[in-house]
Ligand binder design. Structure first.
Ligand code: NAP
Length: 292
């Protein structure tokens, strides 16, 4: 395995909150780093640290063997790179812009058609976490590029590789975000419930954080049941027992929306109505896999 040396020339396209954090980690590690941003003036701090600011995307791409794209979305990646596609041959494009799996694959095919090696990245961190413990970045696409530039990628956080299919990192990224957003929505629902009793969200969070944290211990058990496909395994909390009727009624009595808990109740009910009420709660997975 060939390791990228710290003198690998890197370009970062996009100096929003995340792009600037990624570029800063590269500069601080000693990589010759060229940065470019559509709106001028966002490179000043990085230039003080030692980065070179390019005035055009063309100059920025020309400067380096590795080009990092950290833009808004797939459309902005094309908006920036299409006009400089002729420069991509022989370079490695690491696209850490959030995209859907389909968009990641499309960009990978597009890059390959222009002779570039492509790696897609899904950032599981906020900018302040880059280079800190807890930051992880998911990659898929060229294994050779991942291995070659791993020392560089590791500067941002723990690097994980999921395979040659460029869409896989994005699929994992979005799947993890699904868990995060639904958990946050559940927290917001709980906070709205206790608000009627004069409890602040801040006070509620002090109890919710350790509770939710402790509940993540159940995930491995649910996963084993889902993978085994047998929801009758003894020792599980049943779907009937999990009925959210009281929770929905209490929410309605508080005059708040029941949308969040109503979704979960709907997933449970569908399995109960199909005759699976005595089976484990993990069976809601089947409601999701097989939409009504
Ligand atoms: N921030 C996070 O916590 C976080 C976490 C994980 C993943 N991400 C992902 O990282 C990417 C960047 O996020 P960010 O937080 O840096 O966002 P941001 O602060 O809003 O910055 C967006 C960047 O994209 C550029 N841009 C947008 N549209 C463009 C276009 N049409 N042409 C050229 N440049 C364009 C902006 O340039 P201008 O300055 O010219 O507008 C800016 O540099 C996103 O895909 C985001 O989903 C972010």
């Amino acid at each position: 395995m060939t390791h990228a040396k710290t003198n690998t020339k890197v370009t970062v396209l996009g100096l929003g909150a995340m792009g600037a954090a990624l570029a800063e980690a590269l500069v601080r590690a000693g990589h010759p780093t060229t940065v470019w941003n559509r709106t001028p003036g966002r490179a000043d701090t990085l230039v003080e640290l030692g980065a070179t600011a390019a005035t055009t995307a063309r100059d920025a791409v020309t400067a380096s063997e590795v080009v990092i794209a950290c833009l808004l979305d797939a459309a902005s990646v094309h908006e920036v790179l299409d006009p400089v596609a002729d420069l991509l041959a022989g370079r490695t494009l690491v696209n850490v812009t959030t995209t859907t799996p389909e968009q990641s694959r499309e960009i990978a095919d597009w890059a390959a058609a222009h002779g570039a090696v492509h790696l897609d990245g899904g950032i599981m961190a906020v900018p302040q976490m880059i280079g800190q413990p807890g930051s992880s970045i998911l990659y898929s696409g060229s294994r050779a590029a991942f291995e070659r530039y791993r020392p560089l990628l590791d500067l941002w956080g723990e690097s994980a590789y999921f395979g040659e299919d460029a869409g896989l990192a994005s699929l994992y990224d979005l799947a993890l975000l699904a868990g995060m957003y639904v958990m946050f929505a559940g927290f917001a629902h709980g906070a709205a419930m206790v608000a009627g009793a004069g409890v602040s969200a801040t006070e509620f969070a002090k109890r919710a954080a350790p509770w939710l944290s402790a509940m993540t211990g159940a995930l491995a058990g649910y996963a084993a049941v889902i993978d085994g496909g047998d929801y009758t395994v003894p020792g599980q909390q049943s779907l009937e027992f999990s009925d959210l009727g009281d929770l929905v009624a209490a929410s309605a009595a508080q005059g708040i929306s029941t949308e969040v808990v109503g979704v979960v109740q709907g997933l449970i009910r569908r399995q109960v109505d199909a005759g699976h009420g005595k089976e484990g709660f993990a069976r809601i997975y089947e409601s999701i896999k097989n939409p009504a």
